[in-house]
Design a binder for this molecule. Structure first.
Ligand code: PBG
Ligand code: ZN
Length: 327
C-alpha cells in the first residue's frame, strides 16, 4: 500500500496529532547542570567565551543553585577552579579533604540535600602542567595516576557527593575508583564514567573556564582520536566491565553517531556532554541574532534524546528548564 492511500502528512496536520505521535520528549529531569567553583567570597566571574557561565565562590554558587533546585533540575556536576599557586605537579588539590570541590559539595548538600551532586574526578584542574595525570618524562603515566584518581573519588564521596564522574581517560580508572569506594564504605555511590571522551577542540572554552589547558603538548595520548567509532564501543565495554553505572559520550553534537551506537550496543544508562564549545557557538550566533536560540537549543537537546541519551549535561540546563516550563 502506498500513495494515495498512505499520506504521511495526515498525522502532521495539527499540534494535537503531532503530540500524540511524538516519539521523544525532552524533560527537565533529563538535564544536569555543570558548575565551576572557586575559592573566596562574593566571586562571580563570567567566563568570556561562555556568556552566562561563571566561576562562583561557594556563597554565590549556593545562590545560583536556588533556581536550579526550584526548576526541578535533578543534578549538577562540580568542577574546581584554583589559582596557579594552589596547583602542583601531582594535583594534590583534587584529593585534599579541605579542597574547593570538597567544601562546595558539603555546602551544597547542606543547603539542598535533595539536589544530586556529581563531581568531576580528574587532576587537570589542580596540576600545574594542566594534564589529567602524573607526568613522567614527557608523558602522562597511567598506573600511578590511578591511585590519585581513586583518592579523589573517595574524598568527594566523603564530602557527600552522590555520584562521581571520572573524566581523565586513564586505563583502569573505573576499577581503581570502584574498589577504593567500596573499601571505604561507599559501595552505593555510582560511577558515571566519561567512557567515550574524545580529544576535542570543542573543549576550548572550558579550559578558559577551569584554567586547565595543558601547559605543554595536548591530550591526544589519552583522550580518543575523533575519527574512531569501534574504539568507543571497546572503551565503553571496558568501563561497564569495570563497574561503571552510567556511561558517557563527550562531546555531544559531533558525536551523536557514537551515542546511538553505544545505546544500541549496551542498553546502558547513557549520558551525553553538550560541551563548552557547543554552548559558545550557540551563544555567539544567538547574540548576533542569527539563530532563534530557544528553538535551536530545544531542538538540539531533544536530538540528544532521540540519539539515545538518558542524561544531558549542558550549560543550557537552566535556560532550557525555563523554556520547557513556558511551553
Ligand atoms: C577535565 C574535563 C574537561 C571537560 C570536562 N572535564 C576538559 C578536558 O578534558 O580538557 C570538558 C567540558 C567542556 O568542554 O564543557 N578532564
Ligand atoms: Zn582532566
Amino acid at each position: 500500500m502506498s500513495f494515495p492511500f498512505i499520506r504521511m502528512r495526515r498525522l502532521r496536520a495539527n499540534e494535537h496529532l503531532r503530540r500524540m505521535v511524538r516519539e521523544h520528549l525532552l524533560r527537565v529531569e533529563d538535564l544536569v547542570y555543570p558548575v565551576f567553583v572557586t575559592p573566596g567570597e562574593g566571586v562571580r566571574r563570567e567566563v568570556s567565551s561562555m556568556p552566562g557561565v561563571h566561576n562562583f565562590s561557594i556563597d554565590q554558587l549556593l545562590q545560583e543553585l536556588q533556581e536550579v533546585v526550584s526548576l526541578g533540575i535533578p543534578g549538577v556536576v562540580i568542577f574546581g577552579v584554583v589559582s596557579e599557586e594552589e596547583k602542583d605537579e601531582v594535583g594534590s588539590g583534587a584529593y585534599d579533604d579541605e579542597g574547593i570541590v570538597q567544601h562546595a559539595v558539603q555546602a551544597i548538600k547542606e543547603k539542598y540535600p535533595q539536589l544530586m551532586v556529581i563531581t568531576d574526578v580528574c587532576l587537570c584542574e589542580f596540576t600545574n602542567h594542566g594534564h589529567c595525570g602524573v607526568i613522567k618524562g614527557d608523558e602522562v603515566e597511567n598506573d600511578s595516576t590511578l591511585e590519585l584518581l581513586a583518592k579523589t573519588a573517595v574524598s568527594h564521596a566523603k564530602a557527600g557527593a552522590d555520584m562521581v564522574a571520572p573524566s581523565d581517560m586513564m586505563d583502569g580508572r573505573v576499577t581503581a575508583i570502584r574498589s577504593a569506594l567500596d573499601e571505604n564504605g561507599y559501595g552505593n555511590i555510582p560511577i558515571m564514567s566519561y567512557s567515550a571522551k574524545y580529544a576535542s577542540a570543542y573543549y576550548g572554552p572550558f579550559r578558559e573556564a577551569a584554567g586547565s589547558a595543558p601547559q605543554f603538548g595536548d591530550r591526544r595520548a589519552y583522550q580518543m582520536d575523533p575519527p574512531n567509532t569501534d574504539e568507543a564501543l571497546r572503551e565503553t565495554w571496558l568501563d561497564i566491565e569495570e563497574g561503571a553505572d552510567i556511561v558517557m559520550v563527550k562531546p555531544g553534537l559531533a558525536y551523536m553517531d557514537i551515542l546511538r551506537r553505544i545505546k544500541d550496543e549496551f542498553s546502558y544508562p547513557t549520558a551525553i556532554y553538550n560541551v563548552s564549545g557547543e554552548y559558545a557557538m550557540f551563544k555567539a550566533a544567538a547574540q548576533k541574532g542569527w539563530i532563534d536560540e530557544k528553538r535551536v537549543v530545544l531542538e538540539t537537546l531533544t536530538a540528544f534524546k532521540r540519539a539515545g541519551a538518558d542524561i544531558i549535561i549542558t550549560y543550557y540546563a537552566i535556560e532550557a528548564a525555563r523554556w520547557l516550563k513556558e511551553g
